[in-house]
Design a protein around this ligand. Structure first.
Ligand code: SF4
Ligand code: SF4
Length: 322
């Protein structure tokens, strides 16, 4: 049964990051279709009353470019499913402060914001469309969310260069934002994938630095432990469905543009019985992922036993966990 709906209402963005993961770059979806999808999902949640926390997650492109749709979907969902979550993955540079004031203190409207480092590292990778670095805008956006008492989580893309500067980032987020959690994503490129050994080394270093700053880590790498820690098993394609700007249905955001969609979303979409036939192939679950997962498991056992359990941070960051 689908309990997490991922909506990708637009592939457009006001930023031009060096590594944009959005395969639908530039395409904008039909907002009336997305509203109907959200209404249909909400009706399904209300009638099935799932044990898992139901949620709608916006991704993109920059979802806040579709402000009206985001607000309509969020209001509709919260009115009918007051215990649900709405999670927005955003660059935080165009947050609509006035509209967000109406949600002040709402702990179920969650933002996950990309911040890759302190100013020089972040700005070398993540720029606004006019070429300016986006760091100051992002910091302003995060502070606004904190002032509005809305939950905010940061995600940093990690590679060898940014890993060397991780201590500065962790000091910054704890002193500037008083945050004690961080999501990390290992930088991924189809054409030049990192070896599993390098990925593991980056993660090992990140855990060591985070531990010395009393910061908890989360991120996609946690799903690599699914075969060893059942609570971290990814349920993409049964408890999740993602709709891209064309209205096509996928199991997972990372499959968009890489595997064939399951189908086009239609009004009779079966939320209760959806079971994706997509196979992730090289995208996830291969031998390299298993290697990294196993080594992380050993690292946790030896040095960080608190990570051997699924944490609230894991569920906040990913709708694919049951
Ligand atoms: S903010 Fe996200 S969607 Fe926009 S360009 Fe950067 S990576 Fe792509
Ligand atoms: S299906 Fe998607 S979320 Fe799940 S492990 Fe694969 S890439 Fe990650």
């Amino acid at each position: 049964m689908v309990t997490s709906l991922y909506l990708m209402p637009t592939g457009k963005c006001n930023c031009v990051c060096e590594y944009c993961y959005c395969p639908e770059h530039g395409k904008r979806g039909d907002s009336s279709l997305f509203m109907r999808i959200a209404e249909s999902f909400t009706a399904h949640v209300c009638s099935s009353n799932p044990a898992a926390r139901p949620q709608i997650r916006f991704t993109g492109g920059e979802p806040w470019l579709e402000e009206e749709l985001l607000l309509d979907v969020t209001n509709h969902f919260f009115q009918r499913v007051p215990y649900g979550w709405v999670v927005v993955n955003t660059n935080a540079t165009i947050l609509p402060e006035e509209s967000l004031r109406n949600f002040r203190g709402n702990k179920q409207l969650i933002h996950v914001v990309s911040l890759d480092g302190t100013e020089s590292i972040h700005d070398s990778r993540r720029k606004m469309a006019d070429g300016r670095g986006s760091f100051h805008e992002v910091v302003k956006g995060v502070k606004m969310l904190i002032d509005l008492d809305l939950p905010v989580y940061l995600n940093a893309v990690l590679d060898t260069e940014s890993s060397n500067h991780l201590p500065e980032l962790l000091s910054f987020i704890s002193s500037e934002f008083d945050l004690n959690e961080l999501s990390i994503s290992i930088r991924y490129t189809d054409t030049d994938p990192m070896s599993p050994e390098v990925r593991y080394d980056l993660l090992k270093n990140a855990y060591s630095v985070a531990s010395s700053h009393s910061i908890r880590l989360g991120g996609h790498h946690r799903l690599l432990l699914g075969s060893l820690i059942p609570e971290l098993s990814c349920n993409a394609g049964s408890s999740t469905a993602l709709i891209d700007p064309q209205g096509m249905v996928y199991a997972c955001q990372r499959f968009v543009g890489r595997v064939k969609p399951d189908c086009m979303w239609t009004e009779d979409f079966d939320w209760s019985g959806f079971s994706s036939g997509q196979r992730p192939g090289p995208i996830c679950g291969g031998d390299d992922d298993l290697y990294v997962g196993k080594r992380l498991f050993e690292l946790y056992k030896k040095e960080y036993p608190e990570y051997l359990y699924c944490h609230q941070l894991d569920r906040t960051l990913f709708g694919v966990l049951s």
